[in-house]
Design a protein around this ligand. Structure first.
Ligand code: SIN
Length: 358
């Protein structure tokens, strides 16, 4: 990362805008063909130039392009870089807040990653980190990126009704905790849905704020960020009608360290998986159960008694549970190096019980 000195020679407080790419930085062949666009084409500096005239007087913005990709190609290495940049920037006294422009396809993964690795730090320092993106490319008529970006900059920089430092997302005129945002429609402008009652970008809903504070009180210690090339290998397997035992046994000779079981209904999986999953558990593969339904929670020992060591993921969706399991496995590894007898289950259990807002 460039030093704050190079990014901001005047050394005055500023909002840092980190560019990751996505549709917000996308370009369509023509404004009438918004679905035929390519994500990650426009630099974050140009995105800011488009909203410059609406930026409140005296608010300084500094941009840094971390990547310019379609977020479906997001890598674990890039997540590590982003997490490290956010942590280093948060402790810089000249950084007032951080906005991240990101693709919406995997904003769900980045939201939970930042909450679990930087949530406590941002809360302690009283600084907001805001994820934002867009559903329409930058040159589409009615592009939603500029208003989302402007809302995000305001949310990062304004003293809002006791709203604490933390990891948020702002899109489509509403704000939520970033760990509650997920894309749940292929094309709709409000596709990145907040799973908790959110706030309109300018007005705080007191019930929501109460929930935010409950989550932040429960999240007392951030997890370490894995080095880019050391993320534990974790796969998501989806249970379905006609599921086969081979879907699980296929992984037995691999280096896979964990499996997230995206079950049906309340998080049960096909009986065909029982025997190979028991083998996987005996081999030391970490198992986590979630539901493919898209909302609601999974609970321990429901609908059947859990295999030894397998954890239910609470309200985490499969992509979030995967990131949470990877960070928990890494935390176990780091703890072992320090002689602490903590397991991945100890870390994952702290995540699975985080309060659900609403
Ligand atoms: C992406 O995730 O990079 C493309 C889709 C989007 O940003 O909406």
């Amino acid at each position: 990362m460039m030093s704050a000195n190079l990014k901001n020679p005047e050394k005055s407080p500023y909002i840092l805008i980190l560019g990751m790419g996505g549709t917000i930085a996308g370009l369509a062949p023509s404004p009438e063909k918004p679905l035929e666009y390519q994500a990650g084409q426009v630099g974050v500096g140009s995105l800011i130039a488009h909203i410059q005239s609406a930026i409140p007087d005296g608010l300084e913005l500094v941009t840094e392009q971390l990547a310019n990709i379609s977020s479906r190609n997001l890598t674990e290495d890039l997540l590590s870089q982003l997490g490290k940049t956010v942590r280093e920037s948060l402790v810089d006294p000249f950084v007032r807040g951080i906005v991240i422009t990101h693709g919406t396809d995997t904003i769900e993964e980045t939201g939970i990653f930042l909450q679990l690795t930087c949530g406590q730090l941002s809360h302690e320092l009283g600084k907001r980190v805001i994820l934002t993106g867009a559903m329409l490319p930058s040159n589409a008529s009615g592009a939603d990126g500029p208003s989302n970006l402007l809302d995000a900059v305001k949310w990062a920089s304004t003293a809002i009704d006791n709203c604490p430092g933390g990891i948020y997302a702002v899109m489509d005129g509403r704000a939520c905790m970033a760990m509650d945002l997920a894309k749940r429609h292929t094309t709709a402008l409000n596709a990145p849905l907040q799973s908790s009652p959110s706030s309109s970008a300018g007005l705080i809903n007191p019930t929501w704020l109460f929930g935010v504070k409950a989550v932040q009180a429960a999240w007392a210690e951030d997890l370490p960020i894995p080095p880019g090339n050391e993320w534990p290998w974790v796969e998501i397997l989806t249970s379905h009608a006609g599921a086969r035992s081979e879907t699980v046994s296929h992984w037995m000779d691999s280096e896979v360290k964990g499996l997230v079981l995206s079950g049906s209904g309340i998080g049960g999986f096909h009986d065909a998986w029982l025997a190979p999953l028991a083998q996987a558990a005996a081999k030391g593969v970490a198992l986590v159960r979630t539901s493919r339904t898209g909302s609601g929670s999974t609970f321990p020992n429901i609908p059947e008694k859990d295999l030894l060591g397998c954890l239910a993921s609470g309200s985490l969706s499969a992509p979030r549970a995967r990131i949470a399991l990877q960070l928990s496995l890494n935390a176990e590894k780091q703890a072992k190096k320090m002689g602490k007898p903590l397991t991945w289950q100890d870390f994952f259990a702290r995540i699975a019980v985080l309060p659900v807002i609403g």
